[in-house]
Design a protein around this ligand. Structure first.
Ligand SMILES: [Zn+2]
Length: 151
C-alpha cells in the first residue's frame, strides 16, 4: 500500500517511511494537487475535514488522532497494516527515496568524523543522497518499532 499525507501529517509520513511504506508528503502542496495524488493509486491521509466526503473512504482516510504517535497506531489498526521486517529502514524519512548500501570509504567527508570511526554499515538515499547509519533513524530497532507503533 502506498500513501500520500497532507501538510498537517509530516510526522506520520516520516513514521510510515521508517516502516518502509512509500509515502509522499509535500509541505506546501495545494489542496487540488494533494487530492490528485490519489490518481496513481495512493491512499490519501488527511486531517482536513473539508476533504471528508469528496472521495471514497478507502481512497481518503481522515486521521482522527492529533498526536503523531497515535496517528500511526490509528492507521496501522484501521488498515490492518503488517509492516514487512525486511522493509524497515529501507526508505529515507526526509524524501521517501529508497536507501542503498554504500561502503564506508564512500561516506568519508559526508558524515561527522566521530560517526566514521565507530560505524561500518551505511546506506545512501537514492533520492537526496543523505547518508544513514545504524542509529541515524529516529528509532533503531525492531523492539523500538514495536514499542512505539504497536506492530
Ligand atoms: Zn532522501
Amino acid at each position: 500500500m502506498r500513501f500520500a499525507a497532507d501538510r498537517m501529517l509530516g510526522k506520520l509520513a516520516k513514521s510510515l517511511r521508517m516502516l518502509g511504506y512509500d509515502t509522499l508528503y509535500f509541505s506546501g502542496l495545494s489542496n487540488g494537487k494533494f487530492l490528485a495524488l490519489a490518481n496513481d493509486g495512493r491512499v490519501l491521509l488527511s486531517r482536513n475535514t473539508r476533504f471528508v466526503g469528496k472521495m471514497a473512504p478507502d481512497r481518503l482516510i481522515f486521521v482522527e488522532a492529533n498526536d503523531p504517535k497515535m496517528q500511526i497506531k490509528e492507521i496501522i489498526r484501521l488498515l490492518g497494516l503488517k509492516p514487512d521486517a525486511d522493509k524497515l529502514f529501507s526508505r529515507c524519512t526526509v524524501c521517501n527515496g529508497l536507501l542503498e548500501a554504500v561502503e564506508p570509504e564512500d561516506v568519508v567527508g559526508r558524515v561527522p568524523d566521530h560517526i566514521v570511526s565507530c560505524h561500518n554499515r551505511y546506506s545512501e538515499c537514492k533520492g537526496c543522497a543523505r547518508i544513514y547509519w545504524p542509529g541515524s533513524h529516529l528509532v533503531r530497532s525492531r523492539e523500538e518499532i514495536t514499542r512505539l507503533f504497536g506492530v
